[in-house]
Design a protein around this ligand. Structure first.
Ligand SMILES: [Zn+2]
Ligand SMILES: [Zn+2]
Length: 282
């Protein structure tokens, strides 16, 4: 099983790899800058080199980057939209420098301008990014759109919305999809049951194609199915429950994909999610 955890980059980006390996992971997700601000400190060559050395040492594959939460490519506000484009470009170049395979971002919120307008904005932003950056960056790092829980005016709770974005992007081969189990459950798929998982997979295949799916975020949900509320819970402690995750991680169409846990334990605690998932895997 390819199992990763979102790991802290405190003390240097290279430190995240040891943190993931120590709890029994062979993949990792990281931020490449403070996720709640626009500014980023300079990434030195030495830090990038240490990251690459540690990655080999701990045998971590793939490396997944999660983009900052402030980025909103769907925004109707020109200033925020332009800032978001620059920020995602910067994250892409940092991800590629580190050799990360994937950079995941949330499609964004239209904040009142409407879903269609938001979708157009996102696609336009991606077209600008792909036309401005060097192809060598996207050869290293694929950009993944993450499905959302559908809270507020967020775009991407429905696969048809993600498909509409992809269709409008000229170099769409540079894109892929990340599915978050909590978001899918909050949006509309009852992942407690195998039937809910199969419905998700058939919808995804019909709308976008399963081959676009590259990463799965494994989060249980504090809220019930279809409530559009995005609050993660530890595996088995939420409304999806152990059985739902057993079906998910062993599904023949998913079992070879990287699964990434995003719910943190305190640093000195044993990671119960990793232990439980190893038990549920057959
Ligand atoms: Zn996310
Ligand atoms: Zn979430």
């Amino acid at each position: 099983m390819i199992l990763g955890k979102h790991a802290s980059i405190a003390g240097g980006i290279d430190k995240s790899l040891k943190r993931a390996a120590e709890i029994g992971c062979n993949s990792v997700q990281i931020f490449v800058k403070n996720p709640r601000g626009w500014k980023a400190r300079v990434l030195s060559d030495a830090e990038v080199e240490r990251f690459k050395i540690n990655r080999k040492k701990y045998n971590i594959n793939p490396v997944v980057v999660h983009a900052a939460y402030l980025i909103n490519l769907a925004s109707p506000k020109q200033e925020l939209w332009e800032k978001s484009i620059s920020a995602l470009k910067m994250e892409l170049s940092r991800s590629a420098r580190l050799g990360a395979e994937y950079l995941i971002f949330h499609p964004g919120s239209h904040t009142g301008s409407g879903i269609d307008s938001g979708i157009k904005r996102i696609a336009e932003a991606l077209n600008i990014i792909f036309s401005e950056i060097d192809d060598s960056l996207t050869e290293k790092t694929k950009i993944l759109l993450e499905n959302t829980a559908g809270a507020g005016s967020s775009i991407g709770q429905d696969f048809s919305e993600l498909k509409a974005i992809i269709d409008k992007v000229e170099q769409s081969e540079k894109l892929g999809i990340c599915i978050d189990s909590c978001h899918a459950f909050a949006a509309k798929y009852n992942l407690q049951q195998k039937s809910g998982l199969n419905k998700l997979l058939s919808d995804l295949d019909d709308d976008i194609g399963l081959s676009m799916l590259k990463v799965i975020h494994l989060n249980d949900s504090k809220h019930n199915c279809c409530e559009n509320k995005d609050e993660h819970a530890h595996i088995g402690e939420g409304k999806i429950g152990e059985n739902g995750f057993k079906e998910l991680i062993n599904h023949p169409k998913l079992k070879d994909l990287p699964f990434i846990l995003e719910t943190p334990w305190f640093e000195d605690e044993v990671d119960q999610d990793v232990i439980l998932l190893e038990k549920l895997r057959y």
